[in-house]
Design a protein around this ligand. Structure first.
Ligand SMILES: NC(=O)c1ccc[n+]([C@@H]2O[C@H](COP(=O)([O-])OP(=O)(O)OC[C@H]3O[C@@H](n4cnc5c(N)ncnc54)[C@H](OP(=O)(O)O)[C@@H]3O)[C@@H](O)[C@H]2O)c1
Length: 238
């Protein structure tokens, strides 16, 4: 695929699946704008991506920061919003802030980004939101996290109706071997990867490049809107 003359904005593009998607887009001749909170992380990513990449700070938990980020962008052909930070607490956890964390830290940030980006989106443009396969197959103790992912998928369907002809889709990955898990303790990471291997048809975690490829399909396929694509190695089936 070639993406010449197109601009992809990736919120959460300084690492992980967002960075892998930005890299694939630049390799196809497109331009990217990556956003995140850590300037060091963004700058390192921008250097890796080369001259067709710009980087700017944004905190999607802050409406003013989100609005300011998009104020500085003229045109958005494609928007991808994997930025998130949350804790996963069981439904009977005593702290309501912990329970709200997947909604506050994953759902609302994406809502803010789409609201701020909407006036800049090209009529033939597209949006991909980030959920996760836990929506379809919740692990034990993750009911609120599963609910937030399900809400993102429903939001995506609603947005596809509201923003048409701009297309909106959702990507729902299984466990991915990449930056998110690399930052976690080895014991936790090994257990997650073993769980994905045992519980999926693919028998392994996915890669960030595999998810990036699926995101680019959703961003660019002109007849696909309002869908959730489960790129999870069959995790949600078993
Ligand atoms: N990796 C997996 O196994 C997996 C599986 C299913 C779903 N997902 C979903 O994929 C998404 C991204 O995960 P990833 O694997 O790409 O990991 P990641 O490396 O943690 O990527 C998250 C990115 O979002 C940015 N970010 C976090 N909070 C932000 C905020 N308030 N404002 C702006 N940027 C923010 C982070 O940078 P800063 O901290 O510098 O802001 C980081 O670059 C998450 O929604 C996660 O639930 C991941």
């Amino acid at each position: 695929m070639r993406y010449d003359d197109k601009t992809l904005v990736v919120i959460g593009g300084g690492s992980g699946i967002g960075l892998a998607t930005a890299k694939a887009f630049v390799e196809g001749g497109g331009r990217v704008v990556i956003g995140g909170r850590s300037l060091d992380r963004l700058e390192a990513a921008r250097e890796r991506l080369g001259p067709n990449a710009r980087a700017a700070a944004i905190d999607v938990f802050d409406p003013a920061s989100t609005a300011a980020f998009f104020d500085r962008i003229d045109r958005v052909d494609h928007l991808f919003t994997p930025a998130a930070a949350y804790t996963i607490a069981p439904f009977d956890h005593p702290d309501e802030a912990a329970l709200a964390s997947p909604f506050d830290g994953k759902f609302w940030g994406q809502v803010r980004c789409v609201r701020a980006a909407a006036p800049k989106l090209s009529p033939d443009g597209s949006v991909v939101l980030m959920s996760g396969a836990a929506s379809a197959r919740p692990p034990k103790g993750a009911a609120l996290y599963a609910a937030a992912n399900g809400a993102i998928e429903a939001f995506g369907r609603g947005l596809a109706v509201d923003l048409a002809p701009i297309r909106v889709n959702v990507i729902a990955p299984g466990t991915i071997d990449g930056d998110l898990w690399a930052r976690r303790p080895a014991q936790v990471r090994d257990a997650a990867f073993a769980g994905q291997a045992a519980a999926s048809l693919a028998g392994r975690p996915g890669t960030e490049a595999e998810i990036a490829q699926a995101v680019l399909f959703l961003l660019t396929n002109g007849f696909t809107t309002g869908t959730t694509l489960f790129a999870d190695g069959g995790y949600s089936l078993r």
